[in-house]
Design a protein around this ligand. Structure first.
Ligand SMILES: Cc1ncc(COP(=O)(O)O)c(C=O)c1O
Length: 311
């Protein structure tokens, strides 16, 4: 068995703290059968000096969870305030004093089908997860996927629904099969959308460019963070439709997300970008992002919530 499968953290589920291996879900639940769930992945960064664990942009993640739940008509039995409390309870039960990722999921429980609206249950599962190492920044080779991104009139990417990720699965596995690290999706309109689980930026002529939130993308919180940080650093940020060939000619391209943080891409469909190394703007945004998220940089205190501290 792989090491990561043997981790058996304490999770919060249906009002209880139990080992994740002890949590059960009906095999005939809409979640188990059809991927009917809405979820968030939230990163928490351990600040060694302060002895505190900071959840990054928790409020925005909770707000998006509520929007996803409204869109897919899977009503949340809990308020954002209650969920924040449950999340702290789960993290503290594990006494995580390290970088942590939290998966929180509202799901179609009981025995139902894809159009069932209740019962809805929730689990909150924290797990240790390190931040990107600045001395080991990834350099990824991407391809433009022949799989099209789901769109707003079929399976809205704006809602973070479990079943949406099967679209990412097709593209990701095809990209890996074809010898690339990851795919970049085009939307139904032929314009660049996003990665399989992360949004996209490119640098052209010194400007940061990203597809708008109407280009079949998740309304990414990291995307929003980076637009703020880039503007504060004096960069021009433009939201506009992006052609695939612009990626081939870009100086830099990177993906971003709570899980991905900032993932530099050094080639697209074999076109080398810049000097085939993570670009300078990408790396400076990664550094700025991690400093803010961990609280090493004290700017934007409204983005950090203390969820645990050294006992
Ligand atoms: C499809 C997709 N796009 C974009 C993102 C990035 O979103 P965020 O920055 O809010 O984590 C994610 C990650 O959650 C994702 O799954």
């Amino acid at each position: 068995m792989k090491g990561d499968l043997m981790v058996d953290n304490l999770i919060w589920i249906r009002g209880e703290i139990i080992r994740q291996s002890q949590a059960t879900v009906n095999v005939l639940s809409p979640m188990a059968q059809f991927g009917l769930n809405v979820f968030e992945g939230i990163r928490c960064y351990w600040n060694q000096d302060k002895g505190e664990l900071h959840a990054f942009r928790l409020k925005e993640h909770l707000d998006r969870l509520m929007l996803s739940s409204r869109l897919v008509r899977l009503p949340s039995p809990y308020t954002p305030e209650q969920i924040e409390f449950f999340m702290k309870t789960a993290i503290q039960a594990n006494d995580f004093q390290t970088d942590t990722a939290v998966r929180m999921t509202l799901f179609g429980d009981g025995q139902g089908t894809w159009n069932t609206c209740e019962p809805v249950s929730m689990f909150i599962a924290p797990m240790a997860k390190s931040r990107t190492r600045l001395d080991k920044v990834p350099a990824l080779r991407a391809c433009i996927s022949s799989w099209e991104r789901i769109n707003d009139n079929a399976l809205p990417p704006r809602a973070k629904v479990g079943a949406n990720y099967i679209n990412g699965r097709y593209a990701h596995l095809q990209a890996r099969h074809d010898g690339y690290d990851l795919p970049i999706f085009l939307g139904q309109d032929g314009k660049v959308a996003e990665g399989a689980g992360a949004c996209l930026f490119m640098v052209r002529n010194g400007h940061l460019v990203t597809p708008p939130t109407t280009s079949s993308v998740l309304e990414s919180i990291t995307r929003d963070t980076l637009m703020v940080l880039a503007r504060e650093a004096g960069l021009t940020v433009v939201e506009r439709p992006v052609d695939r060939t612009e990626l081939y000619l870009a100086d830099e391209v990177f993906l971003c997300g709570s899980a991905a943080e900032i993932s530099p891409i050094v080639s697209v469909d074999g076109y080398a970008l810049g000097n085939s190394l993570p670009g300078p703007i990408t790396v400076s945004l990664l550094k700025a992002y991690l400093a803010i998220a961990s609280g090493e940089n004290l700017d934007h205190p409204e983005w950090r919530t203390v969820v645990h501290s050294r006992s």
